[in-house]
Design a binder for this molecule. Structure first.
Ligand code: GUN
Length: 297
């Protein structure tokens, strides 16, 4: 069997196009320009790349982008003061504080200082609680992107066995909650799971979100299963230079799976598209307008 490749890059472009349409409608009919603020503390190179890319795509869909780049030794009090200012600013509908923060800053404290209605990352404790209890919330972008691709590929996910490998707050746990919400039977596997290959072989849907290059191999995959690869790992090539790989070994998994997301061009582009989608959702809710269909769960 050779797997269908789920093209996240193309899917993300359609999501951004939809978002762009809603931005135009909000401007034209209501005189509202959705605004997204991104806060970056320090100069972590990977974070700088993400933030630049987020800013560019925000402008491309017609939203206002507000970037706040702070020195690495910014105090917690100064960062909290900035967040309070963004919370109070009616031009800003979404706030994202890029993680990881430098070690002297308490990430939980900072994230929980964001107005939950503007928390387009879905990391605030009240959004986590709302999602966990099946209530309307802001949904973390990467799991939301994965769910959109799964729904698009399968239609209904009801009754499917889903194994999420990885238990992070950013991906694994919210992903499991979303799959449960779509009536999957969900297992969260992690570094202490016994017989991980045996657990993964039960899965109709495998979400690989461990951050270990090419850990999931084709031998673990049930024939015809769908593999969603959340990993983005840069590894050295034997001949020199580097390449990007996922948490699943692409060739061996694609030989067995029914469908698979590539790296790059799978989950990655969907994350930013969903950030923009969340900003529209937040903007509509803030203004008492009906939120668009298909941009959130
Ligand atoms: N760092 C890595 N992924 C993310 C994300 O989804 N949101 C934020 N805020 N920081 C990140």
């Amino acid at each position: 069997m050779s797997a269908t490749v789920i093209d996240g890059k193309a899917f993300a472009a359609t999501v951004r196009q939809k978002v762009g349409g809603h931005v135009a409608r909000l401007k034209e009919e209501h005189g509202i320009t959705p605004g997204l603020a991104v806060v970056l503390v320090g100069e972590d190179p990977a974070s700088q790349v993400y933030v630049r890319s987020k800013g560019k795509m925000t402008l491309e869909v017609g939203m206002a982008s507000y970037e706040h780049k702070l020195e690495i030794d910014t105090s917690e009090a100064d960062l909290l003061a900035l967040i309070a200012q963004l919370n109070a600013d009616p031009k800003i509908h979404g706030i994202l504080v890029q993680l990881p923060l430098p070690p002297h800053l308490d990430s939980d404290l900072v994230i929980n200082a964001i107005d939950p209605a503007k928390d387009v990352d879905g990391f605030h404790i009240s959004n986590v609680g709302l999602l966990g209890t099946g209530q309307k919330s802001m949904v973390p972008c990467t799991p939301l992107g994965c769910l959109m691709m799964l729904r698009d590929h399968h239609g209904s996910l009801s009754g499917m066995n889903a194994v999420v490998i990885g238990r992070s707050n950013i991906v694994g746990k919210p992903m499991a909650n979303l799959l449960l919400g779509d009536s999957c039977t969900v297992t969260i596997a992690h570094s202490r799971t016994k017989d991980l290959p045996g657990v993964v072989r039960q899965a109709d849907i495998v979400i690989a979100a461990v951050g270990r290059p090419e850990m999931v191999i084709g031998d673990w995959i049930k024939p015809g299963a769908t593999v969603i690869d959340v990993g983005i790992n840069r590894i050295d090539k034997p001949e020199g230079g580097t390449r990007l790989v996922g948490d699943a070994e692409y060739a061996s998994c694609a030989a067995v799976a029914g469908a698979i997301t590539p790296v790059p061009g799978g989950v990655g582009p969907m994350t930013i598209a969903c950030l923009l989608a969340n900003t529209i959702t937040a903007c509509c809710r803030a203004n008492g307008l009906a939120e668009p269909e298909g941009l959130t769960v």
